[in-house]
Design a protein around this ligand. Structure first.
Ligand code: TXE
Length: 481
């Protein structure tokens, strides 16, 4: 069994007595252990980040840009290794290349944003400066184990912040390798620190720490609410990217079967373990048959199996506990009286050792059902009929979440008009891809703040107004550039 150290402070890996066993979800077998940190290691990591902050926050844009470029160059050749690691620790198939290609795109994009960003602007005789906020705690989940952390790291470093990272204790290996890559790329000691540990101990110790200026958290709404409460004691800035129950409204003028096929691909990507998953498909009541044809056709193309096999398109759930939770929702859907279109509780053939759940689609789902309201975070889709556009928008917005929305229509004007009415942070028209420069974040209980692009950089910046410098009197060299 391999062993990994999980505590990296001030440029040094620290051995730890406490260990956690990591289990391969495709076969239930333990394959590695990881060293865990606690409150003491968290304090040491925050202290190292604080010491490093003064110098790092005064680096020039050109220096930080060079650093981001070196990180991207060091990361790129490691992508195959990282894809294998994600397959092993969380079960996302190696064919899901975006899990490892996304982080590269985000390191590069953060560099582009940094290069073009104006850290000083003017309001009359006032100079408005944007400065690095300070020491940041970056807390990430298991479902996109590298990307979620890489995005936070990229923009925090671009801003000139120093960081203490805590990946999910269920999937820490990607973060450990990422930290090694950053170290190899020349990130100075103390600028990036890592403490693997539980949310309750390490996560809360970071959040409560008076020397941490910002917490950027991605995870469940429950844990996000707790982060907000704990952080309030020290008035730190909190950026939250939380759960979703996103609706896809297929308008009557769309190719309904095609939209339903796309929905299956998108919703069941990463076995449904993505916060943006379109897990509610809203179809005109009179067009339901076309939708079901498209759904069954596309579900038939899914290849479940070993995530290391390049032909696999769907792997297991991340852990046995999560597998149990997803299956509880399937049972609830059956008890609530939804119609099972495909899937269900039966384990997929030949895969009973792993945490595999059949791709499951429920029809005749009504807005009051738990499977329509709660985030399941597995391969379970709720198909909901509607009678007119207003009703579709109402159903879509009738959710405590507001992360993403999807609209399919042959008419861009109509699609845009519906998109404007959705209470969600991102709206995708006709299945358009997102781009790395656009903001990501949610309305309502899907979170606070935005990641990525200019908006993502600004999360890590404080704003200072400096009065008394007219255009002419100011011959000061910029402190930033
Ligand atoms: O998440 P947690 P879990 C949703 C999804 C999933 C459910 C539970 O519905 O089924 O959450 O997953 C850290 N202070 N999402 O239990 O606990 C934790 O250690 C500080 C959606 O795995 O939220 C980990 O690093 N940190 C989501 C991270 O939070 C705390 C992605 C996420 O774990 C903490 C993941 C605390 N009090 C789950 N408690 C998305 N937005 O995509 C936990 N953590």
């Amino acid at each position: 069994m391999r062993h990994y150290e999980g505590v990296f402070v001030d440029g040094v890996w620290r051995p730890s007595e406490r260990r956690r066993e990591l289990v391969d979800p495709s076969n239930g077998r333990p394959f590695a252990t990881v060293g865990l940190g606690g409150a003491e290691e968290t304090n040491a990591a925050v202290a190292a980040a604080r010491r490093a902050f003064q110098e790092f926050s005064e680096t020039t844009v050109a220096e930080r840009l060079d650093l981001l470029n070196r990180i991207a160059a060091a990361y790129e050749p490691r992508m195959d290794e990282l894809a294998d690691m994600i397959a092993e620790e969380m079960g996302s198939p190696v064919s899901a290349r975006v899990q490892v290609e996304g982080p590269l795109a985000h390191f590069r994009q953060a560099g582009k944003v940094l290069e073009a960003y104006d850290f000083e602007t003017r309001i009359g005789e006032t100079i408005v400066r944007r400065e690095a906020i300070g020491v940041c705690a970056l807390i990430s989940p298991w479902n996109w184990p590298i990307q979620t952390l890489a995005v936070k790291m990229a923009y925090a470093l671009a801003a000139g912040c120093t960081v203490v990272c805590k990946p999910s204790e269920a999937t820490p290996l990607g973060a450990i390798v990422l930290t090694r890559i950053l170290h190899d790329a020349g990130v100075p000691a103390g600028v990036v620190n890592l403490v693997v540990g539980s949310g309750r101990t390490v996560g809360e110790a970071m959040t409560a720490h008076p020397d941490v200026d910002l917490v950027s958290f991605t995870g469940s709404t429950e844990a996000g609410a707790r982060v907000g409460q704990v952080a309030a004691q020290t008035i730190k800035r909190v950026s939250l990217e939380l759960g979703g129950k996103s609706a896809n409204i297929v308008l009557p003028d769309a190719d309904v079967a095609q939209a339903a096929r796309w929905n299956i691909q998108r919703c069941f990507f990463n076995a449904g373990q993505s916060c943006h998953a379109p897990s509610r498909l809203l179809v005109p009541r009179t067009r339901m048959e076309e939708a079901i044809d498209g759904i069954l056709d596309e579900v038939g193309r899914i290849r479940m199996g070993d995530p290391r096999d390049p032909s696999t398109t769907m792997g297991p759930m991340v852990t046995k506990a999560h597998y149990d939770s997803v299956r509880r929702y399937i049972r609830t859907g059956l008890e609530e009286g939804a119609t099972l279109i495909c899937g269900g509780l039966e384990p997929p053939e030949g895969l009973s050792d792993g945490a595999y759940v059949r791709p499951t689609v429920f029809g005749d789902v009504t807005p009051d059902m738990a499977i329509a309201r709660e985030e399941i975070f597995g391969p379970v889709l709720a198909v909901m009929p509607y009678d007119d556009e207003d009703e579709a928008v109402e159903i879509a917005n009738e959710s405590p979440f507001g992360l993403a929305g999807y609209v399919f229509s042959a008419d861009p004007e109509r699609g845009y008009a519906v998109g404007r009415r959705l209470r969600a942070g991102r709206v995708f028209y006709n299945g358009a891809p997102a781009n790395a420069a656009s903001p990501m974040g949610g309305y309502k209980q899907s979170g606070n703040g935005r990641e990525m692009g200019i908006f993502g950089l600004e999360e890590y910046l404080e704003t200072k107004a400096v009065f008394g410098f007219s255009e002419r009197s100011r011959a000061l060299p910029s402190l930033v550039r």
